[in-house]
Design a protein around this ligand. Structure first.
Ligand code: BG6
Length: 463
């Protein structure tokens, strides 16, 4: 995602002309082989018209490679020399590394003179495995990089529809008066994936879906849905409001408000796939599915459940937020054969980006036998309204903001810590109550207990 995104920006002339990009990892690689590797990586993801030789060569010309051993700070000096800013520019460092390497990496950067005031540091998850380890990483980072130069990535914040959620809520009058416990019955957030482990066995098995997806992406979505209107669209104003929501999350009763699952063998789109433990090569307790009933304990959201659900090897790749409004207080149509469905706003992130509003309308006809109403969707489909605007990879937005020093779409330390605080309590509850994942067949919507969890409250998941 990173190099194709930088390439996308470069092809649109959105990178500073003299920006150099230095790749670094453990192994020695010649610049030329690195460029070839990048050429191969960008080709399948780039739009064809961008793959003109001139555009590709210009991008590859920015690239070079320096090996470092991230576990040994003394190996960073070559990187320091290579990354000395030209003509007074700054440096943006993007770390995508195992949590155990953060501390030595930060020391290495410091020793190599790469931690000065003109350096910004972006951190890709996993930033720890729980609150304690995340604090340790954040402390190590904070010694050299103040918060305003630390950019924690949550790539969901780079997705267009996620930002559009703010436009929808705070750029329109009509939703906000209903956006509370009086108007909203419940909220559903689903991030369903069809993929399995994708070769990331040791990483994923050590995390499970709760920490891989809920701790970050899903809680960020929840915070954006639930937050109060910030006074400005500015980094601290937005993040102040998000953190208040994250700190208002009620501790989950894991027995009645959580369900975990692990996929067994099954089929995705008609193709047989193996189960998680077979893919892994051993039995495991990691959850590949989690469903939660969360509550935000504040005035606005009192009594409104936020149902969260994510999983791998589910029937469809589908990420969406559903705001289920309450029913009208009194139906004037009762007795005339018409059922009223409550309004629903569906904010779809993937596979399509669109926003739909389900409303009741009258079906055309003379209706001598009673009025016939039907639910239809007002479709604010971005693909229609903005057909000529290119969709960018989430990382294009985030990398471009990093280079510009704009931190609204990055996660602040207090947010991450509030997220971990809530997640750690769930994991403690699972241990105390011996909750272990229930098997579900790949290609189904997770364990039936996840369906039962909402049906008990008269709520169906929106599939
Ligand atoms: C990553 C998770 O953060 O997000 C992966 O580690 C997951 O397990 C991915 O597959 C999903 O991202 P997207 O953008 O494809 O929804």
């Amino acid at each position: 995602m990173l190099l194709p995104s930088l390439f996308g920006l470069d092809a649109d002339s959105l990178l500073p002309a003299n920006l150099a990009i230095i790749g670094t990892a453990l192994h020695e690689v010649e610049d030329a082989s690195f460029r070839n590797m990048v050429r191969e990586a960008i080709t399948p993801l780039a739009i064809e018209r961008r793959l003109e030789p001139r555009v590709v060569d210009q991008f590859l010309g920015r690239l070079s490679y320096v090996a470092v051993d991230a576990s040994d700070p003394s190996t960073f000096s070559r990187l320091g020399q290579a990354a000395t800013p030209r003509s007074g520019g700054g440096i943006a460092i993007f770390l995508s590394t195992a949590p155990s390497l953060f501390e030595t990496t930060i020391q290495g950067l410091d020793q190599a003179g790469l931690a000065g005031e003109h350096t910004r540091l972006a951190l890709e998850k996993p930033l720890g495995q729980d609150l304690a380890s995340s604090r340790k990483i954040n402390d190590a980072v904070a010694l050299l990089f103040p918060e305003d130069r630390t950019f924690r990535i949550d790539h969901y914040l780079g997705k267009e529809t996620v930002q559009n959620l703010l436009a929808l809520r705070f750029g329109n009058l009509m939703f906000e008066p209903l956006w509370n416990a009086q108007g909203v019955d419940h909220v559903q957030i689903t991030v369903a994936e069809t993929v399995g482990l994708e070769g990331r066995t040791s990483y994923f098995d050590g995390m499970g879906s709760l920490r891989d997806m809920v701790q970050n992406h899903m809680l960020q979505l929840l915070a954006l849905v639930a937050m109060e209107p910030p006074a400005h669209f500015a980094a601290d104003a937005v993040r102040d409001e998000k953190v208040k929501v994250l700190r208002s999350l009620r501790a989950i009763d894991v027995v009645t408000e959580s369900v975990t699952g692990q996929y067994g063998a099954g089929a995705i789109a008609g193709t047989p796939v193996t189960g998680y433990s077979d893919e892994l090569g051993r039995a495991s307790e990691a959850e590949t599915f989690v469903a939660l009933k969360a509550h935000v304990d504040n005035w606005r959201w009192q009594g409104v459940p936020f149902y969260l659900r994510t999983g791998k090897r589910l029937p469809a790749r589908l990420s969406e937020i559903v705001i289920q409004f309450r029913t009208v207080p009194h139906s004037i149509f009762s007795g005339r054969g018409a059922e009223l469905a409550a309004n629903r706003l569906i904010i779809s992130l993937q596979p399509d980006e669109n926003i739909r509003l389900a409303i009741m309308t009258k079906q055309p006809g003379l209706d001598h036998e009673g009025i016939r109403l039907r639910e239809i969707e007002l479709d604010v489909r971005d693909t229609n309204a903005f057909a000529d605007v290119r969709r960018r990879i989430a990382y294009e937005r985030l990398l471009s903001d990093l280079i510009a020093g704009e931190s609204t779409l990055f996660v602040r330390r207090d947010e991450v810590e509030a997220q971990w605080h809530w997640i750690d309590a769930i994991r403690r509850g699972w241990r105390e109550h011996d909750v272990s994942p229930k098997l579900y067949a790949a290609g189904t919507w997770g364990p039936t207990a996840a369906i039962a969890m909402t049906e008990r409250e008269g709520v169906s998941w929106h599939d």
